[in-house]
Design a protein around this ligand. Structure first.
Ligand SMILES: [Zn+2]
Length: 417
């Protein structure tokens, strides 16, 4: 009886799914020209699995089924270095070169050009900071992302990706790392993309994953982080795909086919990132409470930015992730999962000095069911002394991160062998 009801409920679920999701069916086969493989033969395949490092499958670069979610996403690709970074190579002929002289800036450019093509084909609004061997300052690179015009008319790229390859005075080190700026709490949106890219890159390039964290803060290297990420006012990450100082890897990196593996892995990571949505919210309304005093009421509507999939009528926002901070301190809030309305009330110690404009830092954090964080997360609320009105504007990422600088520890590359 129990089994019957199980089958019945399974059939009901199936019917319900078909009501909303079934169109005309196409025959789906995995191995269309052969007899079905036996379980025994499938087990035998597992017996003959190749080793991890050094075994590269044939290059296949099909269009990712989720690439449609990249349509209209503004991504700035920054192939690192170029023209051997001004006169650095004149001072040091080995500057950014592998053991046999392969140049990092050339590798970065090939990966960038290939990735540009893959993302353009997917419909992304993709911009290269350089498409040839040329010198470009770090701030100039970041400013291309900061001033990028999005298809929605807004200013600032959705994501900035600086493409690099790593070096260390250790001939065997070869792992993949993706770097974010500052503290994890200040880099939530960039980290959402970084996770997918780091996993895909390490697997595609067969690097020695697990030697260190695939995600690292740039403040582990320098107290102020990497110059290019510091200057970046939009979500930004820096890839160190592998080590050109490792002999075999240097030779692989000369090959545009290998560079295509890298570009394709980043593309796959970006498809998967875009698939999970990029949450945001309406610009919050803020006003002093009509009851008087210094009480402020805030209201906004959260948007998980996921398609109208079946299940859209249930909340797809993790309620435990919703947080409102005023001047760095959490304040009580209410979130209605049905209307997606977020409200908070907080009391200011004063309305500021007469004749001066008082500024308040406001942060709103939440994640959708893919654990993708919202953007923007930070605003400046100003109290105007003339009429006690409140104004609100988004804070650029850089301003919010300035206070978060921590001292550098031992460079991560030095810990690894
Ligand atoms: Zn580099």
């Amino acid at each position: 009886m129990k089994q019957t009801s199980h089958y019945l409920s399974a059939a009901l679920v199936c019917a319900a799914v078909c009501l909303v999701g079934c169109g005309p069916k196409r025959a789906v086969t995995t191995r269309p020209t052969e007899e079905p493989m036996s379980l025994e033969a499938a087990m035998k395949l597992i017996d003959t699995r190749p080793d991890w490092i050094g075994s590269y499958p044939a290059i296949i670069i099909p269009r990712h089924p989720a690439e449609k979610f990249l349509k209209g996403v503004t991504i700035v690709l920054d192939p690192g270095h170029g023209m051997s970074d001004g006169n650095s190579v004149e001072k040091d002929p080995t500057y950014k070169r592998g053991p046999t002289g392969v140049r990092e800036d050339d590798i970065n450019l090939r990966v960038g050009l290939l990735l540009h093509r893959l993302l353009k084909d997917a419909g992304a609004n993709v911009i290269l900071t350089r498409d040839r061997d040329m010198y470009l300052g770090l701030k100039e690179r970041a400013d291309i992302a900061n001033s990028a015009i999005r298809p929605d008319g807004g200013v600032g790229a959705d994501l900035f990706i600086s493409i690099h390859h790593n070096a260390v005075n250790n001939p065997v080190a070869n792992y993949t790392s993706v770097w974010y700026h500052g503290q994890v709490d200040d880099a939530e949106t960039g980290l959402d993309a970084a996770r997918y890219i780091a996993h895909r890159l390490g697997a595609a390039m067969r690097t020695d994953v697990g030697k260190t964290s695939p995600l690292l803060s740039d403040q582990l290297m320098y107290p102020g982080g990497f110059g290019v990420l510091r200057a970046c006012e939009v979500p930004g990450i820096l890839l160190e795909c592998s080590f050109y100082t490792q002999h075999e890897e240097e030779q692989r990196l000369r090959d545009a086919g290998y560079n295509l593996r890298e570009a394709y892995a980043i593309y796959e990571g970006l498809c998967e990132w875009a698939y999970g949505g990029r949450p945001t919210q309406l610009t919050p309304s803020v006003a002093f409470s009509p009851v008087g005093g210094n009480q402020v009421r805030l209201a906004t509507t959260l948007d998980e930015r996921l398609p109208d999939w079946w299940g859209r009528d249930r909340t797809r926002i993790l309620q435990s992730s919703v947080r409102v901070n005023i001047n760095g301190k959490p304040v009580p809030h209410d979130f209605d999962p049905v209307t997606k309305q977020l409200t908070a009330t907080f009391t200011l110690p004063s309305r500021g000095e007469p004749g001066t404009t008082m500024a308040i830092d406001l942060e709103i954090h939440f994640s959708n069911m893919f654990k993708h964080a919202n953007h923007p997360q930070r605003y400046v609320v100003e109290v105007q002394p003339q009429d006690w009105s409140l104004t609100i504007r988004p804070q650029r990422v850089k301003q919010a991160r300035a206070a978060a600088t921590r001292p550098a520890s031992v460079p991560a590359t030095m810990n690894v062998n």
